[in-house]
Design a binder for this molecule. Sequence first.
Ligand code: KMH
Ligand code: ZN
Length: 274
Amino acid sequence: MTATLITVAPTGAEAEASAVPALPVTLAQLVKTAIQCQEAGAAVIHVHIRDDEGRPTLSVPRLEDTVAAIREATDLVVQLSTGGAVTDSFGDRLAVLEAAPDACSLTCGTVNFGDEVFANPWGFIRDLYQRTQELGVVPEFELFDLGHVATLHRLLGDFGPPAGGHVHCDLVMGVPGGMPGDPATLVAAVAALPAGATWSATGIGRTALPVMLSALAAGGHLRVGMEDTLSFARGRPVTGNAELVERAAAVAALAQRPPMTPPEAREFLAIPPR
Ligand code: KMH
Ligand code: ZN
């Protein structure tokens, strides 16, 4: 059994900064969170940023500053979100890559997202993927539904392997409108992945723990963080991202699959040296 890749998704674009005081929204808070989460066992950070009012933004200069600051303070693989918020334009989402992160998320299809729609039509997926190849940014394929796996096969068939050459996916489970976060669905999604692909899984909200346990049992990797869940347990809000990473690292160690270090993660994900 291999070690466990732990990704932390500390902020997201959905939670209201004013309603969730523990959410890291300033650059200083994000950097402090990154340091704590690396110490707790994370190797990758999935980054969404906020503006001075705490609202989601895709400002490229701000993203550049964020990438530089996290690199300065940690060894984490810096993965910028190209999903942004449901209100972001395709142009702004494509421009995220200009901030030159190590990696980025790349969602492989449209999905109902609660009362909203997270739009990812084929033309956008294709353009984003080709731009990652041009810039040498390693994509992580976000799969919110089984149909997204079919689109991943199409993408790889039409345009070849990603930057770095290795395919790593993240099953995002339990979004209202996407695939449910349960063991049977996880097994079905994993069975449909391209040969040689590796995968993580994240369970949104109350599916966080069933998905974590199922993923470890099935040989997968983990994503945790306040983007995905704001409750540590029933009736007990998360006090910070590090406690979610600590719990994931403890469960992974119990499964005899301790956390990967950031250098091990870079090799595992085939992140090209900068
Ligand atoms: N905020 C969601 C609409 C990603 O980061 O790539 C999309 C999302 C996926 O979070
Ligand atoms: Zn995200």
